[in-house]
Design a protein around this ligand. Structure first.
Ligand code: COA
Length: 315
């Protein structure tokens, strides 16, 4: 497949590090030096579905495609207000599409999962035009009294439209279960038959373990797709890395021995927007005119699970 349109949507509220230091025992200096984040967008009056629909419409307009011509919609999402129906179904109705759709929860790796699934759907011969929307609201998962995790995340949505092409050169997905390093349980309805205590706890994160996993996994996945395709690091024009922590991105950059300009960044503005991070970064890089036809792009993401993934595509 190939990507022919990109779009993104952000909540209107900008929450700066200084604003966080009013409510948490933290500082702009700590957050900036440890993470690279200066501010993030956080949902206040909007709904996540509004952002998803907006990003989807922008990607369709960019692709010059009518929603009626879509053959599938995949929405990557960890949590939203609806347990059912799927967010993709809400998007489908709002944009006027008639195709089937489903949601996937690939944590922060949802975008690369979706690309790999879209590519497999296309290869099956049944589907040609696929919309991928990544929509995330981690601000509703973290404990806003806990300075360790809450400062890292932001909300947002990113989308791409894919159609037939030979531009996805390789994908590599990985999973290694370490669920208790980064997880959240949510409360379900009361059942008279269920004897287990209910739990409704905010996100639990063991930051240093996640940091080490992320760095190792990204290097391993990127090396895998490079080896599979035979491309050398110098041949890649853009490395789009999940915007979780600037220090993780710098470690990957050092390992690959590649210059700063190949690593677009927006972590300073948006923090970690989970699966929306990569399509938002892709859209920004695209709209800034930095992508030329034929450019090779590596993307890499990692997240709760642990899961990780990387891909190489030609623009
Ligand atoms: N403000 C100020 N101090 C903070 C803080 C904050 N927001 N969060 C933690 N601290 C404190 C800690 O309590 C600790 O204090 P102590 O030394 O008195 O015990 C100190 O800062 C160092 O904490 P530590 O956890 O060792 O910092 P770190 O350098 O590992 O950075 C993270 C913490 C969370 C930024 C880092 O581990 C990280 O980014 N991990 C990956 C997380 C991630 O990407 N998650 C999503 C993956 S998709």
């Amino acid at each position: 497949m190939k990507i022919i349109g990109t779009g993104r949507s952000h909540p209107s509220l900008v929450v700066t590090n200084d604003m966080l230091s009013q409510i948490l025992d933290t500082s702009d200096e700590w957050i900036t030096t440890r993470t690279g984040i200066k501010e993030r967008r956080v949902i206040s009056t909007e709904n996540l579905e509004d952002l998803s629909i907006d990003a989807a419409k922008k990607a369709l307009a960019d692709a010059n495609m009518d929603a009626k011509d879509l053959d599938y919609i995949i929405c990557a999402n960890v949590v939203n207000e609806y347990i059912c129906p799927a967010m993709s179904c809400i998007i489908q109705g709002a944009i006027g599409a008639t195709c089937p759709c489903f949601d996937l929860n690939g944590a922060c790796v949802g975008f690369i999962y979706a690309l790999e699934i879209a590519e497999s759907f296309y290869r099956s011969g049944k589907y040609k035009n696929i919309l991928v929307v990544c929509a995330e609201e981690p601000s509703r998962m973290v404990n806003w009294h806990d300075r360790t995790a809450s400062v890292l995340f932001g909300d947002g949505a990113g989308a791409v439209v894919l159609t037939e092409g030979d531009n996805i050169k390789a994908t590599k997905m990985s999973a290694s279960c370490n669920w208790d390093r980064l997880y959240q349980k949510h409360e379900l309805q009361y059942s008279p038959f269920n004897k287990k205590p209910n739990s409704n706890l905010p996100l639990v994160m063991h930051g240093q373990d996640v940091f080490k996993f992320a760095t190792r996994a990204a290097i391993k996945d990127i090396s895998h797709v490079m080896k599979e395709t035979g491309y050398q690091p110098d041949e890649i024009k853009h490395y789009l890395i999940h915007q979780a922590n600037l220090r993780i991105i710098n470690n990957i950059k050092e390992y690959l021995n590649q210059p700063d300009e190949k690593f677009p960044l927006n972590i300073q503005k948006y923090g970690n927007t989970s699966s929306a991070s990569l399509p938002i970064l892709l859209d920004e890089t695209n709209k800034e005119g930095r992508l030329q036809r034929g450019d090779l792009i590596v993307m890499s993401a990692f997240g709760s699970g642990f899961v990780s993934g990387a891909c190489i595509l030609e623009w």
